[in-house]
Design a protein around this ligand. Structure first.
Ligand SMILES: Nc1nc2c(c(=O)[nH]1)N[C@H]1C(S)=C(S)[C@@H](COP(=O)(O)OP(=O)(O)OC[C@H]3O[C@@H](n4cnc5c(=O)[nH]c(N)nc54)[C@H](O)[C@@H]3O)O[C@H]1N2
Ligand SMILES: Nc1nc2c(c(=O)[nH]1)N[C@H]1C(S)=C(S)[C@@H](COP(=O)(O)OP(=O)(O)OC[C@H]3O[C@@H](n4cnc5c(=O)[nH]c(N)nc54)[C@H](O)[C@@H]3O)O[C@H]1N2
Ligand SMILES: [Mo]
Length: 767
């Protein structure tokens, strides 16, 4: 029988390779194979009737918000064929499955037996069906009543010598209503320890945009795509992670936009797209998406952007007023002269070399950009998870500002969010560093003094648990153990806790790597019907473009023992705060309209929330950039000066990025294929350039171990198969979460503290 010590937490079992099959990477995304794959999965897991019912309401105005990514829905008409994508359908198959696990399942399967299974196997077990408790030293989870579970949480929290010894994690699927209540409970209890998945995701974007443009969110609307002249896509794989974005790109292109993709990998969806909702796509005829593909080195984006800027400055000098928007620069920005001076003293040859892009392609890119005024920049994790991410994103902002491409139609910033309500959770106050303005609003409305000192983010809270400064861990969704860096370190941190509590829909590894006592609290998902006192409730979410709209689940829950997240939070709060609670939780337990009434009083932009959330399609939140303003301290957009620090690594070292396959949603593994990249039936692979494979005296298909030695600690990921792939020399790619063991806890982005999941130095040795 395997024991906890022999299991590598968070990783697919390295002893169990699943049998790699390789094909050529695909040239185009989606089309019929995508639809077939999605349908098979939904019908298999959910059943025909329930499956069709769910898909029919997915992303419709009277339906529920897709629990997959945060890409917006069209404001006007929504497709009758279905306003969803292959991977949205897979998310539904995962959530709406009729399989369930309860007391019986946990009696038959010990924690260590479950921990020996792969993430893929664990995910297939079904929906969590009743609250479960693991006592001190217990080998099996046992059933527990909701009342007892809440009492245990209340007791554990009240026994701490300070509220700061507890941490409250949130993943980005939590609705606005649940998120608002959660932060309210946590602050009424007395701490700002509210780490969330954002800390590992778009935090670098929030910091960079907030400092340079005065708002941490993107500025574009979907319609802007249809007016843009150029769309830059950096560090993003929309074909897999935001498939409906391809429809927008296709339309943008049809309207004349040029699309420039900047990515170490030639991702299928970026290259071409078979739109399954158009006859042409059904017939398998693709539309090319990318006009210029720049195969940048990992983290070569900043030098690339600087080289582009230098060339634009030179062309502007030669023909003043033809390349840059001088009026905009003059009136709306500060710091341009300093930036110009800085760029003129950089060596463009060095920058080009560090970016990995050839001069011809660079010139071609500048030729396109030089006379364009309406540019959209889209980006995701390929820009946010490096040491210098905040500066790279500010460099991208520099480019947009030089062109006056912010605050007008067809132009602006588009950080493409991940989780479907990650942006809304932040708006609701899930943030470890709340502003004093926000806290004052809480105080005004609820008449208590919320804690003012900053709380812990994800990395800080892992360290606090490791150092025994925090000992109760509560998670509103997510899979903390597998999503976070340095898996063994994080596992040790969680195991030191006195109590770990997971509010979850599905079993995951964070239930199996736990504190001395552990609770699993099963909740309703987005697609489940939420009845309160006989009345069906709605919740709401904010998408990547700041639209807030309602979401109404429609499926019968698989078990009558599930509670909604808002109800679970109210009950936790009541059990913890008791009669001294400054907040009346019972009123929220009557109807969620009461939650929205209070959100309206605390958070700007939510006037008449209950009315407006019921308007089909929802409403836009205010956005200063979109309105042509910059809410910085002086009202101007700021150019930023950054000096790129080239990576110093040894000849035998590679720079590794950890990425998503086509068959996963973060730590949820839908299947073992990465269809677009031609990799099938195996996740323990490392993609390498063929020259590196030769130089390191390895062979394609060989079994290797991966090592990282940051700060002299050896981290090992065992049992990966070498796959020769078109990736720049010196770079490598593995899948998240298998390779998270290698991401050092102390390797974080400056200013945002985001783990550098796409910037890990490794060595590769034969296994
Ligand atoms: N189906 C599905 N949808 C999802 C998710 C999922 O797991 N599955 N996850 C959701 C979440 S939470 C998020 S945050 C998003 C993630 O969406 P993405 O950011 O698209 O996801 P990643 O796989 O992390 O891909 C990053 C991309 O960046 C590239 N890249 C890596 N390093 C660099 C670099 O240094 N420079 C440049 N220019 N490119 C680089 C990689 O080659 C890859 O194409 O997707 C969301 N949607
Ligand atoms: N190495 C590496 N690490 C990364 C990344 C990377 O690119 N590389 N990406 C990072 C990013 S961008 C992100 S966002 C994080 C993701 O981190 P998390 O958000 O913590 O992880 P998920 O895998 O999305 O969480 C999945 C679990 O959420 C639960 N769940 C699903 N739906 C619901 C719901 O409606 N309610 C509740 N309560 N629970 C639900 C299920 O039990 C499921 O097992 O990972 C980060 N980690
Ligand atoms: Mo994310």
């Amino acid at each position: 029988m395997p024991t906890d010590e022999t299991i590598l937490p968070g990783a697919e079992n390295p002893g169990k390779l699943t049998g790699l099959k390789l094909g050529p990477p695909q040239q185009a995304a989606a089309g019929i194979p995508g639809v077939v794959a999605a349908f098979k999965q939904v019908i298999g897991e959910v059943g025909l009737l329930r499956g069709l019912k769910a898909l029919g309401k997915l992303n419709q105005k009277d339906g529920f918000d897709c629990p997959s990514c945060a890409w917006p829905d069209p404001d006007d008409e929504r497709s009758g064929i279905g306003e969803y994508c292959e991977n949205g359908a897979k998310a539904i198959a995962e959530e709406a499955t009729t399989k369930k696990i309860g007391a019986d399942f946990f009696r038959k399967n010990s924690v260590s037996e479950l921990a020996a299974m792969s993430d893929f196997e664990i995910g297939r077990k079904g929906r969590l069906a009743e609250p479960m408790f693991l006592p001190v030293g217990g080998s099996h989870y046992q059933p527990i009543s909701w009342q007892e579970a809440f009492a245990k949480i209340g007791t554990a929290l009240n026994e701490l010598s300070s509220p700061d010894e507890a941490v409250f994690y949130t993943s980005g699927r939590t609705s606005n209503e649940a998120a608002f209540l959660y932060q309210l409970f946590v602050r009424a209890y007395g701490t700002n320890n509210l780490p969330d998945c954002s800390n590992m995701c778009h935090e670098s974007s929030g910091v960079a945009l907030g400092e340079s443009l005065g708002i941490g969110k993107g500025s574009v609307k979907l319609e802007d795509f249809y007016e843009a002249e150029v769309i830059l896509i950096l560090g993003q794989n929309p074909g897999t992670n935001h498939p409906r974005m391809l429809t927008a790109l296709q339309k943008a292109k049809h309207n004349g936009a040029t699309i420039i993709s900047i990515n170490p990998l030639p991702e299928a969806g970026l290259m071409a797209f078979n739109n399954p909702q158009q006859v042409k796509g059904m017939l398998g005829l693709d539309s090319a998406i990318t006009d210029i593909y720049l195969p940048v080195r990992i983290n070569g984006d900043m030098p690339l952007l600087q080289a582009i800027e230098i060339m634009m400055l030179e062309r502007e000098e030669k023909n003043p007023g033809t390349v840059l928007d001088q009026v905009f620069i003059q009136n709306q920005t500060e710091g341009f002269e300093a930036l110009k001076h800085h760029l003129q003293h950089l060596n463009i040859e060095d920058l080009i070399q560090q970016s990995g892009i050839g001069k011809v392609q660079l010139a071609e890119t500048v030729n396109i950009l030089q006379d364009k005024k309406k540019i959209i920049a889209c980006w995701a994790m390929g820009l946010t998870q490096h040491k210098n991410s905040v500066d790279t994103i500010k460099e991208l902002v520099n480019l947009l500002l030089m062109k006056g491409s912010i605050g007008k139609p067809g132009a602006g910033t588009c950080p493409v969010r991940g989780h479907s309500n990650v942006q809304g959770d932040r708006t609701m106050g899930i943030y470890e560093k709340p502003s004093s303005k926000f806290l004052q609003k809480i105080k005004d409305r609820f008449q208590f003094e919320p804690p003012a000192s900053h709380g812990l983010d994800v990395v800080e809270c892992i360290k606090a648990m490791h150092n025994e400064k925090a000992s109760v861990f509560i998670a509103m969704g997510g899979n903390f153990l597998s999503a976070t860096p340095d898996t063994l370190y994080t596992a040790a941190a969680l195991r030191k806790c006195t109590l770990t509590v997971q509010v979850s829909t599905k079993l995951n590894r964070s239930h199996l790597v736990h504190g001395r006592e552990a609770l699993i609290l099963p909740c309703l998902g987005r697609s489940d019907k939420d009845l309160l006192n006989g009345q069906q409730q709605i919740v709401s979410c904010e998408n990547s473009m700041g639209v807030v709209q309602q979401s109404k689940g429609i499926l019968e829950p698989v078990s009558d023992k599930l509670l909604s997240e808002p109800v679970i939070i109210c009950q936790m709060a009541k059990a913890t705060l008791g009669s001294k609670s400054p907040v009346n939780w019972d009123i929220y337990l009557k109807h969620y309209d009461h939650i929205r009434n209070d959100i309206e009083q605390v958070i700007p932009g939510f006037e008449d929330y209950n009315e407006r959330v019921r308007i089909p399609g929802g409403f836009y939140l205010p956005n200063c950039n979109r309105e042509g303003r910059f809410d910085t301290f002086d009202g101007k957009a700021a150019f930023n000066i950054a000096r790129f620090q080239p990576l110093i690594k040894k000849d035998n070292e590679l720079l590794m990025m950890t990425i998503r396959s086509h068959d996963q949603f973060n730590t949820t593994i839908y299947g073992l294929d990465d269809r677009y990249r031609g990799i099938k039936n195996e996740r323990r692979v490392i993609l390498m350039n063929e020259k590196d494979i030769m130089t390191l005296k390895l062979t394609d298909g060989e079994l290797v171990n991966l090592y990282n030695h940051y700060e002299d600690v050896e981290r090992v990921a065992y049992g990966f198969i070498v796959v020769s792939y078109p990736i720049p020399e010196g770079c490598a790619a593995t899948y998240f979460p298998e390779a998270n063991v290698l991401v050092p806890i102390n390797s974080v982005a400056d200013k945002s503290n985001t783990p550098t999941s796409k910037w890990v130095i490794i060595t590769v040795r034969k296994a």
